[in-house]
Design a protein around this ligand. Structure first.
Ligand code: HEM
Length: 514
C-alpha cells in the first residue's frame, strides 16, 4: 500500500513539474510581443490534430482566419512554439526576399543512421544548396521532354485498364486509380522499374507507397519523439519512415543500379541522371547549360545520396499529383460544362498534333491548364509547409523578432481560401486563371508549389504528368459522380497530403458509346 502511495506521489510530482514547465512554455510568444492562440495542456494549440480528428492544414486555416490582420501568430505543438506568418509581405520575405534567414525546413534527418532521410526536401544549409544545384538540371524542359515517352506509356496502360472497367460498367475509385498511375510514372522515372501497378493494384511498390503515407499509432509516436527530442533519438537510429519502407526503396535503387551497370543499360529516366551524378558528379551532355551548378559540381553523389533523392522524388511526386488529378476529376464531374470544355480543348490540341501527346501538344491545352491551376488552388496537396528561422529575424516595421531556430508554418490552405484574394473561394472556377485574369492574381496568394529558392523542384514534371493523365481520360471517357461518393467530400484528418476520406467514385462511359 505504502509503495503504491509513494508511486502515486512521485507521479503527481513529476506531472506537476511537467504542467508548470508547459505553462511557462505557453507564454513563449507572449513574452516576445507576438500574438498567440491560447494553448491548452498537453497538446498546445493542436489538440484535435494530435487526436487525429482534424487535418493539420485545416487547423492552421482556422488559425489564419481567426488572426488575419496580424503580421503573424504564435501557436504551440505540445509545448513547442511554432510561428505562422499571416501577412503577404512577411510570407514573401520568408520565402524569397529574406530567404537567407529561412533557408531550412527544420525537418529531421539523420545521414548516418537513416541515410534515406537525407534528401533534398529535408537537407539544410550548404548541403541543401549544393544538392539543389546538382539536381536542378534533371528537371529542365530538355530532360522532361526526354521522359515524356515514359510518362505517356504509363498513361496508355491506365487508359487500357479504364477501358476494361468502363466496358464492364464498373464504378471506378479515382483516388486509388490515379495513385496507381502516378506510382507507375514515378516508379518508372525515379526507380527505372515497370511497376505495373495499373494492372496489379497490390504490387509491392504500391503497398510501400501506401504504407509511406499511412501513419500507424507507432509511426505517430515515433514522429512525436523525433519532433520533441531529436538529439535524444538519434543514437537509436529512429527513422522518419518505417524501416520496412526505407529498406525496400534502398534495395530497389541498389538492384536497379547494379543491373544497369552489369548489363550496360541506359534508360530515359531520373535514375539514369542520378547514376550519372553518382559516377561523375555531373550530368552528361547537359544541353540546358544555364544552370548555376557549375561551381557545385566535382563531388559525386554517393549511392546513399542518390537513393535518398529517388526516394523523395517518389514520395513528393506520386501522392501530390494523384490527389490533384482525382480532385480535378471530382470537380469536372460536379461541373459538367467544365468537363465538356476541357474535353474540347484536349481533342482540339490532339487533333493539331495527329493524336500524339507531345510536349508542344500539351502546351496548347490552355483550358486544361486553368482547370489544373484551380484544382491546385482549391485543394493544394501541401496545405502547409515548413521553414525554420536560421537567424534572429526582426519583422520589418515592427518590434517583433522571430528567434533563431523557430519553426515556421506557411498557411497555404488558409490563403487559397481567403475571400479577400479569391472571391467565393469554395466555388470551382477555372476562369480565375484565364489569360485575362492570371496577371491580376495578387502576389503570394497562390502558392501550391511554394516560392523562392526552395520552390518545388518537380513542378514542371508534376504538371506534365497530370496533363498526360487527364488528357487521356478526357479524350476517351465521359465521367459522372457515382452515388458511392459521399457529398460533401470529407477530407482525411490523418492525411499528410489532402485526400478524400471515402475516395472519389465515378462512372466512366467510353466516348464511342456516348
Ligand atoms: C501537384 C504536385 C506537387 C505539388 C503540389 C508539390 C508541392 C511542393 C511544395 C509546396 C514544396 C515545398 C515548396 C517550398 O517550401 O517553397 C515542394 C517541394 C519539393 N517537391 Fe514538390 N510538389 C508536387 C510534385 C512533385 C514532384 C512530381 C516531385 C519530384 C519528381 C517533387 C519533388 C519535390 C522536392 C524534391 C521538393 C523539395 C525541394 C527543396 O527543398 O529544394 N514534387 N513540393
Amino acid at each position: 500500500m505504502e509503495v503504491s502511495n509513494s508511486l502515486i506521489a512521485v507521479f503527481v510530482f513529476v506531472l506537476s513539474i511537467i504542467v508548470v514547465y508547459f505553462k511557462y512554455s505557453y507564454n513563449y510568444w507572449k513574452r516576445r510581443g507576438i500574438p498567440q492562440i491560447p494553448p491548452s495542456f498537453p497538446f498546445g494549440t493542436m489538440t484535435k490534430v494530435f487526436l487525429r480528428q482534424q487535418m493539420l492544414g485545416d487547423r492552421i486555416k482556422e488559425v489564419y482566419n481567426i488572426m488575419k490582420g496580424h503580421k503573424c501568430v504564435g501557436v504551440y505543438f505540445f509545448n513547442q512554439p511554432v510561428l505562422i506568418p499571416l501577412s503577404r509581405e512577411l510570407i514573401k520575405n520568408i520565402l524569397t526576399k529574406d530567404f537567407q534567414a529561412f533557408h531550412d525546413r527544420g525537418i529531421y534527418y539523420d545521414e548516418e543512421n537513416d541515410p534515406l532521410s537525407a534528401h533534398l526536401f529535408s537537407l539544410s544549409g550548404l548541403k541543401w544548396r549544393t544538392l539543389r544545384n546538382k539536381l536542378s538540371p534533371a528537371f529542365t524542359s530538355g530532360k522532361l521532354k526526354f521522359m515524356l515517352e515514359t510518362i505517356v506509356n504509363c498513361g496508355i496502360q491506365m487508359q487500357m485498364v479504364l477501358i476494361d472497367l468502363a466496358n464492364a460498367s464498373k464504378e471506378v475509385e479515382m483516388k486509388d486509380t490515379m495513385a496507381r498511375f502516378t506510382t507507375d510514372v514515378i516508379g518508372s522515372c525515379a526507380f527505372g522499374l515497370e511497376c505495373n501497378t495499373m494492372k496489379d493494384p497490390n504490387t509491392k511498390f504500391r503497398q510501400m507507397g501506401r504504407r509511406a503515407f499511412t501513419q500507424t499509432i507507432s509511426d505517430m509516436l515515433r514522429i512525436i519523439l523525433i519532433y520533441l527530442c531529436p538529439t535524444f533519438v538519434k543514437p537509436f537510429g529512429f527513422g522518419v519512415f518505417s524501416s520496412e519502407v526505407t529498406k525496400f526503396f534502398k534495395n530497389v535503387v541498389k538492384d536497379t543500379m547494379d543491373y544497369r551497370e552489369v548489363n550496360n543499360i541506359t534508360r530515359k529516366d531520373f535514375l539514369q541522371l542520378l547514376i550519372q551524378l553518382n559516377q561523375n558528379g555531373r550530368l552528361d551532355n547537359d544541353e540546358d547549360s544555364n544552370y548555376e551548378a557549375r561551381d557545385a559540381m566535382g563531388t559525386a553523389l554517393t549511392f546513399e545520396e542518390a537513393a535518398a533523392q529517388a526516394f523523395i522524388f517518389f514520395l513528393a511526386g506520386f501522392e501530390t499529383t494523384s490527389a490533384t488529378m482525382s480532385f480535378a476529376m471530382f470537380e469536372m464531374c460536379v461541373n459538367l460544362e467544365i468537363q465538356d470544355r476541357a474535353r474540347k480543348d484536349v481533342t482540339w490540341a490532339l487533333g493539331k498534333y495527329e493524336n500524339q501527346i507531345t510536349y508542344e501538344c500539351l502546351a496548347e491545352m490552355h483550358y486544361l491548364d486553368t482547370v489544373i491551376a484551380e484544382t491546385l488552388r482549391k485543394y493544394p496537396p501541401a496545405p502547409v509547409y515548413a521553414r525554420k528561422a536560421t537567424d534572429d529575424y526582426q519583422i520589418p516595421g515592427t518590434n517583433m523578432t522571430i528567434p533563431n531556430d523557430s519553426p515556421v508554418l506557411l498557411p497555404i490552405w488558409g490563403i487559397h481560401h481567403d475571400p479577400e484574394f479569391w472571391p467565393n473561394p469554395e466555388k470551382f472556377d477555372p476562369e480565375r486563371f484565364n489569360e485575362g485574369n492570371r496577371p491580376k492574381i495578387v502576389d503570394y496568394t497562390y502558392l501550391p508549389f511554394g516560392e523562392g529558392p526552395r520552390v518545388c523542384i518537380g513542378q514542371r514534371f508534376a504538371l506534365i504528368q497530370i496533363k498526360v493523365g487527364l488528357s487521356l481520360i478526357l479524350k476517351n471517357f465521359k465521367f459522372a459522380l457515382s452515388s458511392k461518393t459521399p457529398l460533401p467530400l470529407k477530407l482525411e484528418p490523418k492525411g499528410i497530403v489532402i485526400t478524400p476520406v471515402s475516395g472519389i467514385w465515378v462512372n466512366l462511359r467510353r466516348l464511342e458509346d456516348s
